[in-house]
Design a protein around this ligand. Structure first.
Ligand SMILES: C[S@@+](CC[C@H](N)C(=O)[O-])C[C@H]1O[C@@H](n2cnc3c(N)ncnc32)[C@H](O)[C@@H]1O
Length: 208
């Protein structure tokens, strides 16, 4: 649900994707699961007809997260949701040193507490981000900030694209200066020996 272009869909299961955006649907390749156009808040699916409902980094985009989460529980007796804990993510150098506005913005969105409050949670796992993560989500660049200096790479991260562009450009100019004169590397020297970082991403397993 909120499947986007389908990057995180399991390839070894029978999957039906739900996604409201034509732009996203158009980018789904032939190898992706079949998709239906729809929103989480009103899934076009009969009750109980799936084993698991999966929602990855999407709940914060929904107009009514509580209703969407109730819909996940209606269509599948197990639910798996990837979200984040803003109490952890705000300590990331990007939020702490360059974009406190991002921490504020994220705190206003639906995240871990809303998900655990709405579902019958069995387990919450830390979803660490590896040093050489090749994906383009916001936290993927924790060990090497240079991709964030590229406006095209930034546009692919919904967190940054939803902020005031002037604020983001100012912050990125500061980051570029700190990368160039070694300030960023000095301040984040501890990351040199970190293989997997906890940036707040959480995998919530719910239902039975
Ligand atoms: C950051 S993307 C994540 C896409 C995909 N789950 C992934 O992790 O690659 C968020 C997705 O949520 C979708 N979305 C926005 N509002 C939604 C809603 N009300 N119900 C379901 N999906 C929604 C967006 O169109 C977008 O594809």
């Amino acid at each position: 649900v909120g499947a986007g272009t389908g990057n995180y869909e399991p390839r070894d299961r029978a999957v039906v994707a739900v996604e409201p955006s034509d732009t996203m649907l158009d980018q789904r390749g032939g190898a992706n699961a079949p998709a239906v156009r729809g929103v989480a808040e009103a899934l076009p699916i009969r009750s109980g007809c799936f084993d698991v409902a999966l929602a990855v980094l999407t709940v914060h985009h929904w107009i009514d997260p509580a209703r969407g989460l109730a819909e996940l529980a209606r269509v599948a007796h197990r639910q798996v949701v990837v979200t984040w804990d803003p109490r952890v993510s705000r300590a990331h150098w990007l939020h702490r040193d360059y974009l406190p506005e991002l921490a504020e913005f994220e705190a206003s969105l639906s995240s871990l507490a809303d998900v655990t409050g709405a579902l019958d949670v069995q387990d919450v796992q830390v979803l660490g981000v590896p040093r050489r993560c090749r994906d383009g989500f916001l936290g993927a660049h924790w060990a090497d900030p240079t991709p964030l200096l590229d406006p095209v790479a930034r546009a692919a991260t919904s967190g940054l694209s939803l902020l005031d562009p002037g604020v983001v450009e100012g912050a990125m100019a500061g980051l570029a200066a700190d990368v160039a004169d070694g300030t960023w590397a000095r301040r984040n020297a501890a990351l040199l020996t970190t293989e997997t970082a906890d940036l707040g991403y959480r995998l919530v397993v719910a239902g039975s």
